[in-house]
Design a protein around this ligand. Structure first.
Ligand SMILES: [Fe+2]
Ligand SMILES: [Fe+2]
Length: 341
């Protein structure tokens, strides 16, 4: 594919906000739900429970030892108790928006599963680093997760908007093992995943702090500006502690003392933080193997299966269309529970 075609095509789609993917319905509803009432909380749990992919990922996250769970989390209600309603909301929101962007199949060079692993791990490691910050300057925990999950949403959006350009980008990253991703993107596409992602996040009216993280995570501000949004530094440090974890962005490089100081983290704690980050990353990759196709297969056949199920008035059979839908839903839940990440 010619570079100019890829760049032209992308600019066209980015210039036209209408061509950007709409915010998924479930994410929109999650954003609107008030959590200061019991009924708002109930509605949120019901909303998350209804989506097997989102609930499976939330339960997977809640079961990771990084979340400090002492027992096995089996359902969304348990996860809500452990994470708290606000964090459950932001995790579900991050997962819902990312899932919408990752509907395209894996390519030769970009695999949505690896992308998930990367995004989840960065979110968890950011949370661990933030734990070493003094409480008075620590960012809102809910935003930490959302920022970590969505920091690379521009890459997912690129895969969604232009599969060929996405594949070519990740191919070029393999061919240029030392080039940082913004350099390769600018050369190949004329736009970076940080710019694409920030535009999308703004288009969806997500918090401004998240748009800043997405737009600046490869070039964090310095000087006084650096203190305005510590989430950007948290992503940037987490990416260098685990360079190319999941997929290649070539984020190699030292974390300087000034950067730890910016977060008010004592440099004597750095070795401990690095060890924790590596341990957490290991835990993420050791989580139960994903059964990738199961949920998608069930969903792909859902319509046909429902169509084939008899209507109540046509049959004496105990399994009518309504009950069949319920059974199908149960199968999806079971399939999703096998799919932790
Ligand atoms: Fe990135
Ligand atoms: Fe990243």
């Amino acid at each position: 594919m010619s570079k100019s075609i890829a760049a032209g095509r992308l600019k066209l789609s980015l210039g036209n906000l209408e061509s950007l993917p709409a915010m998924p319905e479930i994410a929109r509803r999650l954003l609107m739900l008030p959590l200061d009432t019991e009924s708002g909380e109930k509605q949120m749990i019901a909303l998350v429970e209804k989506d097997p992919q989102i609930s499976a990922r939330v339960i997977g996250l809640a079961n990771s030892s990084a979340m400090g769970s002492q027992r096995q989390i089996k359902g969304i209600r348990d996860a809500a108790m452990l994470l708290g309603m606000q964090r459950l909301k932001s995790v579900a929101l991050g997962i819902a928006t990312m899932s919408a962007m990752l509907k395209q199949p894996a390519g030769k060079y970009f695999d949505p599963h690896d992308f998930w692993t990367h995004s989840m791990t960065i979110a968890i490691v950011m949370h661990a680093i933030a734990g070493a910050m003094p409480k008075r300057i620590r960012p809102d925990e809910n935003l930490i997760f959302l920022a970590g999950l969505l920091h690379d949403i521009g890459l997912a959006a690129l895969h969604h908007l232009d599969y060929e350009a996405s594949e070519e980008l990740h191919h070029q990253m393999c061919l240029n093992p030392k080039a940082p991703i913004p350099e390769v993107e600018t050369e190949l596409l004329g736009v970076t995943h940080a710019e694409i992602g920030a535009q999308l996040v703004r288009h969806w009216n997500l918090p401004a702090e998240i748009a800043d993280v997405v737009g600046s995570h490869h070039s964090p501000p310095t000087g006084k500006e650096a203190y305005a949004n510590p989430l950007i530094r948290l992503v940037s440090i987490a990416e260098r502690l685990l360079p190319d974890f999941g997929f290649a962005e070539h984020t190699f490089g030292p974390v300087f003392d000034d950067e730890w100081r910016e977060l008010c983290i004592d440099s004597t704690r750095v070795d401990e933080i690095v060890a924790i980050a590596n341990e957490l990353a290991l835990q993420v990759v050791q989580l139960p193997e994903v059964q990738h196709e199961t949920v998608q297969e069930v969903q792909a056949h859902e319509e046909a299966l429902l169509e084939a199920a008899p209507k109540a008035q046509d049959t004496d059979l105990p399994v009518t269309r309504g009950r069949f839908a319920a059974l199908l839903y149960a199968v999806k839940r079971i399939a999703a529970s096998l799919k932790f990440w």
